[in-house]
Design a protein around this ligand. Structure first.
Ligand code: AMP
Ligand code: MG
Length: 510
């Protein structure tokens, strides 16, 4: 099939030429063909929603799994009745949300009527409906005169298209026409909200956030999407079929690093440096605030300010596609703030990364002098992390480990027995370690502070009560006992102490 291309813009939108092309689109759609059109979210791959055979072609063109339903696009609220048969509750919720957010990036799921073919809903009794804000999209739907079923116009699994050039990459020769309307304003797919349940529930986050919806429907909730937050049955049988597929993924392996912004930035800079040494083509997605940690050699994309979810959303998919074009094989992305639209950005990034999100944690071990116990704990944990990485047990680790002592003398040497035990049992060289005294600055930077005994915890919190929420004894985390002071004891005392620390580090899951 030869794909036709047409560009609409502010100048020609009301021209005769555009009217002619849209009349041509009406013919294409009427004959069961496919037309790609711009929307404010992403580009849509449209067919007549009332023609099952036409809709099936969408699935073929995209390589979309047959159980992932499509959204029906309309240009006039009243047309929702052409495809739905809402209950009273649905109708009430629908009217309120339509008034607040339509036209716009919100898809509402309601009970469907018999005119909607199974191909659109994949056999579900419900249908997702959206009235887009994009002027060109509405003009197209109006001109065609029928509801348009349309998913994102990308090959299934790839990042959604936010430019006509992205569509061309995936759909040239597979669709009848592509309407180029420039860059999509929002850049992420619509928010999908299910209005058929006991309470309205956001199944897919997007440009319309839960906070915005709650202002209209205070009882509204949101599905959890991070693996660790999801009930097991939701992972196996998701409420929205589309949620179970790997999505938005570039060819590169994507890793998200999460934690304090500066720690994450330093860690990503290190990952890029490391990739250079291995001759791997790596790139990073960071916030404007993190830029200062990178050099000219680093392949970085600034996604906007940390709290600017709108800008990040608009850039996300295009950036992921660019990485593919440049042959990037590893992407290190900073986790974004999950406020407002940032929440939807993180949802897409998380799925692009195949759920690989690595916490950048800073663990601080504390004892008295930082020459025996906390010193050994620091090096034992560092050694364990290295071993796990080498054995392939963990894919990536961004934990930083350090130690300090409540009464330490800055610069003090570690005890000889501790250095020997590390060398003999763990093959770790700790001889360069120097003691550090605990300060507010050190405590401030740590995410988790672990003391060797309950006494250390008491003293530490006596000096710095403001850190109570992140100070624990190692024993508390490992359900074990205090690590006795080996100081001035025999070599054997140090061996016992080290073994006890190691056992508790493993038990605590550090
Ligand atoms: P796409 O058009 O590619 O953005 O995908 C549409 C999204 O809406 C997918 O995540 C679908 O699973 C979801 N969706 C569409 N219709 C329904 C429905 N009736 N029930 C639940 N989810 C739906
Ligand atoms: Mg899609």
């Amino acid at each position: 099939m030869v794909t036709e291309y047409f560009t609409v813009n502010e100048k020609n939108i009301d021209s005769e030429e555009t009217a002619e092309f849209l009349a041509h689109c009406k013919e294409i759609i009427g004959e069961g063909g496919l037309v790609v059109f711009p929307t404010e979210t992403v580009y849509g791959l449209g067919a007549d929603a009332l023609n099952g055979e036409a809709v099936k072609k969408i699935f073929t063109a995209k390589g979309r799994p047959a159980d992932n339903p499509l959204i029906v696009h309309i240009a006039d609220v009243k047309k929702a009745d052409d495809v739905s048969s809402m209950t009273e509750t649905e109708r009430e919720r629908f009217n309120k949300l339509a008034k607040a957010f339509w036209p716009g990036p919100l898809t509402m799921i309601v009970t469907k009527n018999e005119s909607v073919p199974d191909a659109v809903t994949c056999g579900l009794g419900t249908v997702g409906i959206r009235l887009p804000e994009n002027k060109y999209a509405r003009k197209f739907i109006e001109a065609v005169g029928t509801p348009i079923a349309a998913p994102s116009a990308n090959t299934s699994g790839k990042p959604s298209p936010t430019l006509a050039s992205h569509v061309k990459e995936d759909m040239d020769g597979k669709v009848n026409a592509i309407i180029d309307g420039g860059a999509c304003r929002v850049g992420l797919e619509s928010t999908v909200i299910d209005l058929t349940g006991e309470v309205p529930c956001i199944l897919r986050p997007g440009g319309v956030t839960l906070e915005m919806v709650k202002k209209i429907l205070p009882e509204a909730t949101q599905l959890a999407w991070k693996k660790e937050e999801q009930p097991k049955e939701d992972i196996e049988k998701p409420k929205s079929p589309g949620l179970k597929y790997k999505h938005y993924a570039p060819n590169a392996k994507v890793v998200i690093l999460q934690g304090d912004s500066d720690t994450v930035a330093k860690r990503i800079a290190w990952a890029l440096e490391n990739a250079r040494l291995r001759n791997a083509k790596a790139a990073a997605m960071i916030t404007d605030e993190q830029k200062k940690y990178f050099s000219k050699e680093d392949n970085i994309v600034c996604m906007g300010k940390a709290d600017d979810g709108e800008t990040q959303a608009a850039k996300l998919f295009a950036t992921l596609r660019d990485f593919d074009d440049c042959g990037i094989t590893e992407v290190y992305a900073t986790a974004m703030k999950e406020d407002g639209v940032g929440y939807a950005v993180m949802n897409r990034l998380y799925r692009a990364a195949g759920c690989l999100m690595v916490p950048c944690k800073k663990i601080l071990f504390v004892c008295t002098g930082n020459t025996c116990r906390s010193f050994m704990a620091e090096y034992i944990l560092k050694g364990l992390i290295e071993k796990r990485m080498a054995a392939g047990e963990i894919e990536a680790c961004a934990t930083e480990v350090s130690s300090a002592g409540v009464y330490a003398e800055d610069g003090g040497w570690p005890t000889e027995n501790a250095v020997d035990v590390l060398k003999d049992i763990y093959e770790i060289d700790g001889s360069q370690h120097r003691a550090t005294k605990v300060t507010a600055e050190i405590l401030d930077k740590a995410d988790l502070i672990l003391t060797m005994t309950a006494g250390h915890k008491r003293v530490l919190l006596g000096f710095f009560p403001e850190y109570a929420d992140k100070v624990f004894t190692l024993a508390e985390k490992a359900c074990g006992g205090d690590v006795e002071d080996p100081f001035a004891g025999s070599y054997k005392t140090y061996v016992d102490s080290a073994m006890h620390i190691e056992e508790m580090i493993v038990k605590a899951g550090l």
